[in-house]
Design a protein around this ligand. Structure first.
Ligand code: NAD
Ligand code: MG
Length: 299
């Protein structure tokens, strides 16, 4: 997609593609490179203003979607970035590494399954060693697989969804906090599904609600260390998560049509909120859930 200037005043309804879209099934976790239209991760548009100069950040799910937009924005704001993703997403991740390096920052690619505690230990330990510290943890990676009925929802899927969305967040926060200096920030990625769950997303919506409570509690727990913890709760966003099983395929053509702004958000529209929450500009904000929903507000 040719990227609109995200700083020029314009009609938000028309800023990005509106439904209808083509059905476009692909296997999970899906690749951004196979989507039509291509998501806008701010590749051509995001401008940095030095708001994260010299920071060291770890971003999970950094290959595509919201995580890719965050990684690009953070690098252009002056941060070095550790990128985590699944090994099958290497082709998407390589594009992000190139963009970070073009911004003049360091990119440390660390593919692996964050549903395994031992890998989370490697990710934080080796990632922080590679960058010489860790100031920002952004938990973006997530698993979402729509299933029509509770009878068909397997224990295996239920567990995988919780391991990826909840356990990994717990492990990564637990490992990162002792390494972070005062001023460090954690940003989790929950969803409007925590508040308005779809019937087909029983396991996923439950994990997103757990992330909200975890964010509130952890923020209070670590405030005394000078570490802030917030979360972003997106509405529908045009990323590979959705056509790779996150929605039943027949819902893809009208994806986003149900919000007041009548279209899905693009990853580039999420990144500025993560930058704000990561930067010192949000110094008095902690324990908050920040909605970016196209108008179907929280809770
Ligand atoms: P995405 O598919 O681009 O990103 C999800 C990423 O999660 C994948 O790229 C993959 O790298 C990572 N991942 C999945 N399982 C993993 C595992 N076991 N180990 C390591 N990495 C793993 O889609 P996205 O929409 O950008 O998703 C990012 C986050 O946004 C998720 O937490 C999702 O719940 C949340 N979210 C998305 C939407 C939406 O409509 N797209 C709405 C609300 C919330
Ligand atoms: Mg991906």
């Amino acid at each position: 997609m040719s990227s609109p200037n995200q700083y020029a005043m314009q009609d938000p309804l028309k800023q990005y593609p509106q439904p209808k879209f083509d059905e476009q099934p692909q296997g999970a976790p899906g690749l951004a490179s196979r989507m039509d239209p291509k998501p806008d991760h701010g590749e051509e548009s995001y401008k940095g203003f030095g708001r994260l100069a010299g920071r060291k950040a770890l971003v999970t799910g950094a290959d595509s979607g919201i995580g890719r937009a965050v990684a690009i924005a953070f690098a252009r704001e002056g941060a070095d970035v550790i990128l985590n993703y699944l090994p099958t997403e290497e082709s998407d991740a390589r594009e992000v590494v190139t963009l970070i390096e073009q911004a003049g920052r360091k990119a440390v690619a660390m593919p692996g399954d964050i549903g395994q505690e031992s890998f989370c230990v490697d990710l934080v330990t080796n990632g922080a060693a590679a960058l010489g510290g860790l100031d920002i943890l952004v938990n973006v990676a997530g698993k979402q697989t729509a299933v029509e009925s509770i009878e068909e929802l397997t224990t295996e899927q239920f567990e995988q969804t919780f391991r990826t969305n909840v356990y990994a967040m717990f492990w990564l926060c637990k490992l990162a906090i002792p390494v972070m200096p005062p001023g460090g920030t954690i940003i989790n990625t929950t969803s409007i599904q925590a508040y308005q769950p779809s019937p087909t997303l029983l396991d996923y919506a439950s994990t997103k609600a757990a992330e909200v409570a975890f964010t509130h509690a952890l923020a209070k727990q670590v405030a005394g260390k000078g570490i802030r913890v917030n979360a972003v709760a997106p509405g529908p966003v045009w990323t590979p998560l959705q056509p790779s099983g996150g929605q039943p395929q027949p819902k893809i053509p009208d994806f986003g049509a149900q919000v007041p702004l009548k279209r899905p958000g693009q990853p580039a529209e999420l990144a500025p909120i993560y930058v704000l929450l990561a930067s010192q500009e949000s110094s008095f904000v902690t324990g908050e859930i920040y909605g970016v929903t196209g108008g179907n507000h929280l809770p």
